[in-house]
Design a protein around this ligand. Structure first.
Ligand code: LLP
Length: 427
């Protein structure tokens, strides 16, 4: 379920026409629906009632201040993975007590900043990091709440590049090391070990591997308690996968989220721990589209190539993970319009800058608008200036109103990022 639909022959985000946004803001532009993001957040939250888990939105999926505040106003916290994300979450008004800092290689500088802010929790990934947090916290006269990120030796996910829980992935502390590290943490004055975390991958549809991983976590909790350790928190990582093919997020089928919730509640029953999640994609994935315009055509004898003004620097998922995004013309095709297979590509000088191959589409003329559906997660947040292209604009729609929540970068901003080495300037 989402709030992008044709009205009077034009694709709208809630009550606002995408053609109007393209006219007024230009293209390429990411457009988000407030109603969709809030709806998904609420479906996820409510599936776990009456347990009331803490939900920390994984802002790596989409970290615009306005999106963070929209979710923050609803009670969401933020799962962050860098100092930049801590700073942005705070700037959006998410208080430190609703920030969880995860990440595989947090620098001392980043940890110092996070501890000084008194964030809710730091998810520790290595023995060395434990020592750094302890030292930094003692220097600051604080005691930092931590959990250990466990590598449960079970990986899952929609693509090898987004699987994180298997033994050969770089993430987390091995199951066999947890007990020793936990015991060590209890001797340290700068930290308070409160529990465990795990995240085995992203874009997961099947519950089997998640259940197995959570079972292992539950077993660890019991073993730690048997050793006299205090365990009060379990952070169960990201959300479920979503459907890119049919534009329907998993949360469309509240049953799936309910099944997930039931499984989690079953596995954690009797453990008496606070449960937390860090969903990203599930919340913002199909709450965003990337709006783009056809630049030119290359009618080759073998295939018709449609070149649009968005590139892999704006939406890297197809190039990086071979991922599929449904593509809709902004002008609604009339009933009976013929569809023909085309390649839809960007303007970047790489063959991987291909969004769709042999995709059946109605005829697209130069200047026509298209929208990549389900582009809200890991879209704008993974964009770059490659080919010296400006970061694109972001727009948030709420009912009949919209706002530019990130203006398109200016040429001066693009060029002004660099500095001329002094010996190259003509004194
Ligand atoms: N927590 C941790 C520790 C994570 O590493 C991630 C995602 C999440 C939560 C959020 O997972 P989600 O709910 O979004 O599945 N760029 C890739 C996805 C990378 C995911 C990285 N970690 C993509 O575009 O598919």
């Amino acid at each position: 379920m989402h709030h992008f639909a044709y009205r009077d022959g034009v694709l709208h985000a809630e009550g606002v026409s995408l053609a109007r946004i393209a006219e007024e803001v230009g293209t390429p532009t990411y457009v988000y629906s407030t109603a969709t993001a809030l709806r998904h957040y609420r479906v996820f939250r409510d599936a776990f009632l009456p347990t009331k888990p803490a939900i920390f939105y994984a802002m790596k999926a989409g970290g615009n201040l306005s999106i963070l505040r929209t979710l923050g106003n609803e009670g969401a916290g933020a799962d962050v993975v860098s100092e930049g994300e801590v700073r942005k979450a705070l700037a959006a008004g998410i208080p430190p007590e609703r920030i969880v800092f995860s990440g595989v290689g947090k620098s001392e500088e980043e940890l110092t900043f996070a501890v000084a802010q008194a964030v809710h929790q730091i998810n520790v990934e290595t023995p060395h990091e434990l020592g750094v947090i302890d030292r930094v916290a003692r220097t600051l006269g604080r005691r930092q709440d931590i959990v250990f990120r466990v590598n449960p030796a079970i990986g899952a996910g929609g693509h090898a590049k987004i699987t994180t829980g298997s033994e050969d992935n770089k993430f987390g502390v091995s199951m066999s090391e947890i007990s020793g590290l936990y015991a060590q943490a209890e001797t340290l004055k700068g930290v308070r070990a409160l529990g465990l975390a795990c995240h085995i991958g992203s874009q997961i549809h099947e519950l089997g591997e998640l259940e197995e991983a959570f079972q292992r976590l539950a077993t660890l909790v019991r073993a730690l308690r048997a050793d006299g350790r205090i365990v009060t928190r379990l952070d169960l990582g990201g959300g479920l996968g979503i459907h890119y093919e049919d534009d329907l997020a998993t949360v469309d089928k509240p049953d799936r989220v309910k099944a997930y919730a039931d499984m989690v509640l079953r596995v954690t029953r009797g453990l008496d721990v606070e449960i937390a999640f860090e969903p990203g994609r599930l919340i913002i994935g199909n709450a965003g589209v990337l709006l783009s315009r056809v630049v030119t055509h290359n009618p080759r004898p073998q295939k018709d190539i449609v070149v649009i003004d968005a590139g892999m620097n704006d939406l890297i998922r197809p190039a990086m993970y071979d991922s599929f995004h449904a593509l809709r013309p902004v002008k609604e095709p009339m009933a009976g319009t013929p569809y023909a297979a085309v390649d839809v590509v960007g303007p970047i000088c790489e063959s991987s800058d291909t969004f769709a191959s042999d995709r059946p589409m109605p005829a697209l003329a130069v200047g026509d608008l298209v929208a990549f559906m389900t582009a809200g997660a890991y879209g704008a947040s993974m964009s770059s200036n490659y080919n010296q292209r400006r970061l694109v604009a972001e727009v948030l729609v709420d009912g009949d109103r919209y706002a530019v929540i990130r203006p398109r970068q200016t040429w001066d901003e693009l060029i002004g990022q660099d500095r001329m080495a002094p010996w190259l300037t003509n004194a």
